[in-house]
Write a protein that binds this ligand. Structure first.
Ligand SMILES: Cc1cc2nc3c(=O)[nH]c(=O)nc-3n(C[C@H](O)[C@H](O)[C@H](O)COP(=O)(O)O)c2cc1C
Length: 426
């Protein structure tokens, strides 16, 4: 399940007989590419040893709140900040009650209280405990606060009774967890995303390319799909698995990327050009392998088509987003590109030695972005490419709505420069 790839899931395990099933949850989450950290309650540790979950998650298990060593390591606030989502599975009746009351006298309760990320709980208990009006009232309260309920299921229970209260089955539980990351801000929209490098053939065995890994573009495609869009991902040669629910078109060269994009953007609402498309290609693609017989070899290069500029010019109603990877004068170059290509937004980031400060870019899992759009800007600080992509999509959805509100009245694409106190040189 690609939708859970790269997500940081904090799994809470409480004192239910179903605690042993948490091991399988951890395994499946890791198989799906998620990073999992486990927090156990004291009750949870009575049923399964922390050692089991440490081995399965690949991280130490967190248990103690009022403990100097634990706090000096990854304390409760740090754990709360680390997570992209929290899932408590199984959630005992007692833990549910603590959550309702905003208790913070054990580590898991404190982390839940200190966290702003989506929270899902999978209650698991005896049928009578589940049916008890106190539990039912607690569940209603938590649901009304936005806590996502995963189950419980009906069936035979550990206590020998049959009824409602079993831990939700693994597959629907994982589906529910994946849906925590879904928002509907781009529902009904079609988004074309380009990602990765292109390769420009020199001869049958050699090519010109760049260091783009495609991770940022794939993260953007994932975030757009999570936002409810129909996503067409035009991918250069990368070794990344296809994001869930994206239509993927693999291409090699800039020309192929151009053709694939042009074949799909007419039906799209948003075009996000995250690929590092080659600016030049060899004039001649030699039919045979060039022999190593000369002292020097001169390649004549010609410019490739600027996909983004062409799309923006041909489809003025399409919302176009470009990326600018710069080694110098990031803001200046980004603003020039925004204006010259008449884009709706540009996401700029440092590459090369300057990028070391931002701990990211080509190949890495983290990055930082500066967004500029006509009339505004935003700084997205260093974080995982997946989180950045999600923030970018939020800005795109917001600007798209604003622009369409405006366009519906004027039917024109207005290009104003962001108010950054500096006019870019041309
Ligand atoms: C054998 C046994 C099985 C239990 N199973 C459950 C259970 O499935 N669900 C539940 O809510 N409580 C169950 N309990 C009760 C909880 O373990 C108890 O309420 C505990 O305080 C929960 O601790 P915690 O919420 O800190 O994890 C069980 C208790 C025992 C002794």
């Amino acid at each position: 399940m690609q939708r859970l790839a790269n997500k940081r899931i904090l799994l809470g395990v409480t004192g239910s007989i179903a605690a042993y099933k948490a091991g399988e949850i951890i395994r499946r989450l890791r198989d799906a590419g998620a990073d999992v950290r486990v927090v156990m309650t004291r009750g949870g540790a009575e049923f399964v040893t922390p050692m089991t979950f440490q081995a399965l998650s690949g991280h130490p298990v967190h248990m103690h709140l009022l403990d100097t060593e634990s706090e000096a390591g990854m304390g409760h606030i740090e754990l709360a900040r680390w997570a992209d989502a929290i899932c408590v599975a199984p959630a005992s009746a007692d833990f549910v009650s603590r959550l309702v009351h905003g208790r913070a006298d054990d580590l898991l309760s404190a982390v839940c209280l200190a966290s702003k990320v989506p929270l899902a709980i999978a209650p698991a208990m005896n049928g009578a405990m589940w049916a008890n009006p106190a539990t039912q009232a607690n569940i209603r309260t938590l649901s009304s606060r936005g806590v996502v309920m995963l189950g419980p299921d009906e069936g035979e229970q550990a206590c020998g009774e049959t009824g409602t209260g079993r831990l939700q089955a693994l597959q629907p539980l994982l589906e529910g967890l994946a849906s925590l990351f879904e928002r509907h801000i781009l529902s009904g929209k079609t988004v074309v995303v380009t990602a990765g490098p292109t390769r420009e053939a020199i001869d049958p065995v050699r090519y010109l390319s760049n260091h783009s890994s495609g991770k940022m573009g794939f993260s953007v495609a994932t975030a757009a799909a999570e936002a409810g869009a129909h996503v067409i991902l035009v991918a250069g040669p990368v070794s990344l698995p296809s994001p869930d629910r994206c239509e993927r078109i693999d291409v090699i060269s800039a020309q192929q990327m151009h053709d694939a994009v042009l074949a799909h953007v007419a039906q799209a609402d948003i075009f996000i050009a995250a690929a590092a498309v080659a600016d030049y290609r060899p004039v001649v693609n030699a039919a045979d392998k060039i022999k190593k017989s000369r002292q020097t070899l001169t390649l004549e290069l010609e410019p490739t088509t600027d996909i983004l500029a062409e799309v923006s010019a041909r489809y003025p109603r399409l919302f176009t987003v470009g990326f600018a990877a710069e080694t110098r004068e990031l803001e200046k170059h980004a603003l020039e590109k925004l204006q010259h290509k008449r884009l709706d937004m540009i996401a700029a980031n440092w590459v090369g030695p300057a990028a070391e400060e931002t701990a990211g870019t080509f190949g890495s899992d983290t990055n930082a972005l500066k967004l500029f759009w006509p009339g505004g800007q935003a700084e997205l600080t260093v974080t995982s490419k997946w989180k950045l992509a999600r923030q970018l999509i939020e800005h795109v959805a917001q600007c798209y709505d604003t622009r369409h509100h405006h366009i519906d009245r004027t039917d024109a694409k207005v290009v104003m420069m962001p108010d950054v106190g500096r006019t870019p040189s041309r």
